[in-house]
Write a protein that binds this ligand. Structure first.
Ligand code: FAD
Length: 496
């Protein structure tokens, strides 16, 4: 039975999802002394990160660990790992998320999935008096029992891992994709570890042009050297894979530069067969293998005898749990509409991230915030650092500390390598739109200046992708959040 406390303010803030950003939100709520509960579908914290535990991130520890989380962990004897080497997903969970989750005791409910969020006794169509109503969350526990939880505010940090983009270029699944499930292996299978036997001596198609595809291809390349008969085909929609190859030795992120160079070597050696300009139209499952039909520059093309398809085509947010919430989302990106123009990958290939917090993340349903990678909707440029700052601002706003909520300090890594032209040349390094001065610097720039870049102010940023991040120089962007001065876009790296 649910007990409704007398005052709405006595209700907890419900944080949905115990990934890096949900747990950072919990740390800030603890620090502010606000009651909260964290509801996590997995049986451990960092459940999504664990699924790509074998992948090494590009981001050093100091940009991953939330400063307030670090402060709370310190009395337990915990110290941020001193190594400059970025963690794998597994290390991130083991050395940070698990100890952090341990601080929250009974307030962390593992094995509980939020099925839906609404306003208590008010459907989406009713607006009058809406803000006075608490939120109502339908939650299913590990035994299948469904209950309702009331909350004064909701922080949705459920990520996007559970909803990969389909293979079809139209945004819809390719014809037959749904029936081909047994051949689909997800974007980041553990090719050299637990999933090895599935790939050894077999034919795998990797689809996508990001770091997830690159990681999977490299691991398949290594497997092909060890296991005769292992075949690897790489399909990209674009005419060239130059963007994935990246800046090579010019890349200020050595790990990322190496990834691109190694991939280029695999393609040049013939270990990986590249199909550029290939759009998948249909999948035809057979008893043992799959035939993949598509359109290439030379006309229709079919790939027969495919055992596995790794669709590394990005992710999209699952908005179904918020169907009864009044949301304000950008029609294309499915990110909060104030935030979307600032992160739109059509214009922000370099991932310039202006300070943003509670105001940019707000919706008509006051008190509900989508944060973390889900807040970026379909844009693939999210970084944990940004999520930490989002929840700091959101929690400050929930605590009524508007000044702190509006005063943002976003400490960004800066690579200076954020744009690659069609031949793989780094345009930023040669002073392109994202060209940045080398070496550490500190700039105090109003948030609005980063929304509409004034002439002569370089757009300092970093290539993020899903595995982005930087480590060489540091840029402190400070500013007051506000709706005034919001730009339609700051078209970094497009020349537009
Ligand atoms: C392979 C890969 C590499 C990356 N590398 C980097 C990097 O180097 N640097 C960087 O900054 N970022 C990186 N990212 C991007 C991003 O920072 C991570 O995806 C990060 O995990 C996002 O954190 P999050 O807390 O927003 O979401 P998630 O980590 O996805 O956590 C969401 C949590 O919510 C839970 N959940 C989902 N639905 C429900 C529900 N209905 N009810 C209850 N719980 C639910 C999930 O189980 C999960 O635990 C990478 C991403 C990927 C996929």
């Amino acid at each position: 039975m649910t007990t409704i406390p007398a005052s709405r303010d006595e209700l907890p803030v419900a944080v949905i999802g115990a990934g890096p950003v949900g747990l950072a939100a919990a740390a800030h709520l603890t620090d502010r002394g606000l009651p909260f509960v964290v509801i996590e579908a997995g049986d451990q914290v960092g459940a999504a990160v664990s699924e790509w535990g074998h992948i090494r991130t590009f981001t050093p520890w100091r940009y991953i660990v939330d400063p307030t989380a670090e402060k709370l962990l310190a009395p337990t004897g915990w110290a941020r790992p001193a190594t400059p080497v970025p963690p794998t997903g597994a290390e991130l969970v083991e050395h940070y998320l698990r100890p952090l989750g341990g601080l929250f005791g009974q307030r962390l409910r593992l094995g509980h999935r939020v099925l839906a969020v609404s306003r208590a006794e008010m459907d989406k169509t009713r607006s009058i008096g809406r803000t006075e109503r608490p939120f109502a969350l339908r939650v299913r526990d590990a035994h299948g029992a469904v209950s309702e939880l009331r909350a004064r505010a909701v922080v949705d940090a459920t990520g996007t891992w559970g909803q990969p983009n389909p293979l079809g270029a139209s945004g819809l699944p390719a014809l037959g994709e749904d029936a081909a499930e047994e051949f689909m292996v997800g974007p980041l299978p553990d090719v050299l570890g637990r999933d090895r036997s599935r790939f050894a001596g077999r034919r795998t198609l990797v689809v996508g042009a990001g770091h997830s595809a690159a990681n999977t291809l490299l691991n398949l390349g290594r497997l092909a050297e060890q296991e005769p008969g292992t075949q690897v085909i790489w399909a990209v929609r674009g005419a060239s894979p130059a963007k994935v190859y990246g800046g090579g030795t010019a890349d200020q992120l050595p790990a990322r530069g190496q990834l691109g160079s190694d991939l280029r070597t695999l393609v040049d050696s013939g270990t990986v067969r590249l199909l550029a300009g290939f759009s998948i139209t249909a999948l035809e499952p057979g008893p043992q293998t799959l035939t993949v039909h598509g359109q290439s520059a030379d006309g229709p093309l079919s790939l027969e005898g495919v055992h596995n398809v790794a669709a590394a085509t990005g992710f999209r947010p699952d908005l179904s749990i918020l169907a009864e919430i009044q949301l304000d989302l950008h029609p294309a990106l499915e990110a909060p509409s104030q935030l979307a123009p600032l992160i739109d990958p059509q214009y922000h290939s370099c991932g310039t991230v202006p300070p943003h917090g509670h105001r940019d993340l707000a919706h008509p349903d006051e008190g509900l915030y989508i944060v973390g990678v889900k807040s970026y909707g379909r844009a693939p440029t999210f970084l944990i650092t940004t999520g930490n700052e989002q929840v700091r601002s959101v929690v400050a706003a929930l605590a009524g500390d508007v000044a702190a909520a509006d005063e943002m300090q976003l400490v960004l890594p800066q690579t200076g390598v954020c744009s690659v032209n069609d031949t793989g040349e780094d345009t930023a390094a040669t002073g392109g739109c994202c060209g940045a001065p080398t070496g550490p610097q500190e700039l105090q720039v109003p948030a609005r200046a980063h929304r509409a870049l004034p002439q002569g102010v370089p757009a300092l940023g970093f290539a993020t992708g899903s595995g982005g991040g930087g480590l060489l120089a540091e840029l402190v962007v400070a500013g007051r959040a506000g709706r005034a001065g919001r730009a339609g876009s700051s078209r970094c790296c497009t020349g537009a």
